[in-house]
Design a protein around this ligand. Structure first.
Ligand code: PMP
Length: 343
């Protein structure tokens, strides 16, 4: 991969905004450089644009050097940045699997970039050769998601690696749900693949969806591109501080994941017994995809019971499927009770 050839010309030529915090980052006592208000500390100060303290902590946690880490306002931010950095609107395209997480398509649409969707097989498996065949000289990125949303399954690692090695552009592997899966992350192999971008998030296993903090791990040259085009202060002070505190809760997070996995197994077993369940798909994530007779009717009934699941019945290969997030033991019991009342 030649990063210079992949980048849009305007991004290559761009002179990025240089903030006061970029120009001076040493020790000082009096800050009169950023037109801040001197009162109302600590919220009066702009946050560190490169989130150095937080990245040091994440670097220890993930065993990845800080210069290979990009932090975004959720992992949705690096998804959008990939389009803005690499895809010329109206000309370039990306390849994704179908079905998958909806934001790849939305971000492509916002950026006026064509998406070439390649259907998974009936068991939701990925065939790298088909994605490679869908790509042409204008394909700048390929997006896969493992464990995949909404199907819940891990994609085969060997197929993902065929993509990474066989494609000349950026390969994004979205690992938002990796903490719930028996397979380990591709992160330890990041250094071998200069075109690989791994997305992870604090929104799922870590229970921090509300503070909006996502991660992209990639070669430092790709991270430098993201840093060049992002909003200067994309991660606010509250998020940086709260994340520093919550990252101390690693044991608690591991406990949550364990409980969610136990609940997933129980819920899958109970849902499979219901007469209107056709199939509970195996899950490597914190949700279950369930094929039901009249999924829409069951969805509507559940909303009347004030229980909201996701109706995925209009999604490719997910006809009559509901996607059910694993809740607390009490929430899952409430769901089952409501469904049993239908029997
Ligand atoms: N990737 C996948 C596969 C997801 O399902 C989601 C959230 N539904 C995200 C990314 C978004 O994560 P974040 O909250 O970090 O933007």
């Amino acid at each position: 991969m030649n990063l210079e050839n992949l980048l849009r010309d305007n991004i290559k030529a761009l002179k990025p905004y240089s903030s006061a915090r970029d120009e001076f980052s040493g020790e000082a006592e009096v800050f009169l450089d950023a037109n801040e208000n001197p009162f109302n500390a600590p919220y009066n100060r702009y946050p560190d644009p490169l989130q150095r303290t937080l990245k040091t902590k994440i670097s220890e946690l993930k065993k990845v050097a800080p210069e290979k880490i990009f932090l975004g306002n959720g992992s949705d931010e690096p998804i959008d940045l990939i389009f803005r950095a690499f895809c010329e609107p109206g000309k370039d395209n990306v390849v994704t699997i179908d079905p998958t997480y909806g934001m790849y398509q939305v971000a492509a649409g916002i950026n006026n970039v064509e998406v070439r969707q390649v259907k998974l097989d009936d068991n939701y498996r990925l065939a790298a050769s088909e994605l490679l065949r869908a790509a042409d000289q204008y394909t700048k990125a390929v997006f896969v998601c493992s464990p995949n949303n909404p199907t819940g399954n891990l994609l085969e690692k060997s197929e993902i690696l065929k993509l990474v090695t066989g494609f000349h552009g950026i390969v994004v592997v979205d690992e938002a749900y990796i903490d719930f899966s028996p397979e380990s992350s591709l992160l330890p192999e990041l250094d071998q693949y200069p075109n690989l971008v791994i997305l992870q998030t604090f929104s799922k296993a870590w229970g921090m969806a509300g503070i909006r903090l996502g991660m992209a791990f990639a070669h430092p040259a790709i991270v430098a591109v993201f840093n060049k085009i992002k909003y200067p202060y994309n991660i606010n002070i509250l998020t940086q501080q709260t994340a520093m505190e919550l990252l101390e809760k690693s044991p608690e997070k591991n406990g949550w994941v364990k409980l969610i996995l136990e609940e997933r197994a129980k819920l899958a077993e109970e849902l499979a017994k219901l007469p209107f369940t056709q199939k509970v798909y195996p899950s490597d994530a914190n949700f279950l995809l369930v094929k039901m007779h009249d999924a829409r009717g069951i969805y509507t009934y559940l909303t009347e019971q004030k229980i909201i699941v996701r109706d995925r019945s209009k999604v490719t290969l997910c006809e009559d499927c509901l996607r059910i997030t694993i809740g607390s033991p009490e929430e899952n019991a409430q769901l089952l009770e409501a469904l049993l009342n239908l029997v």
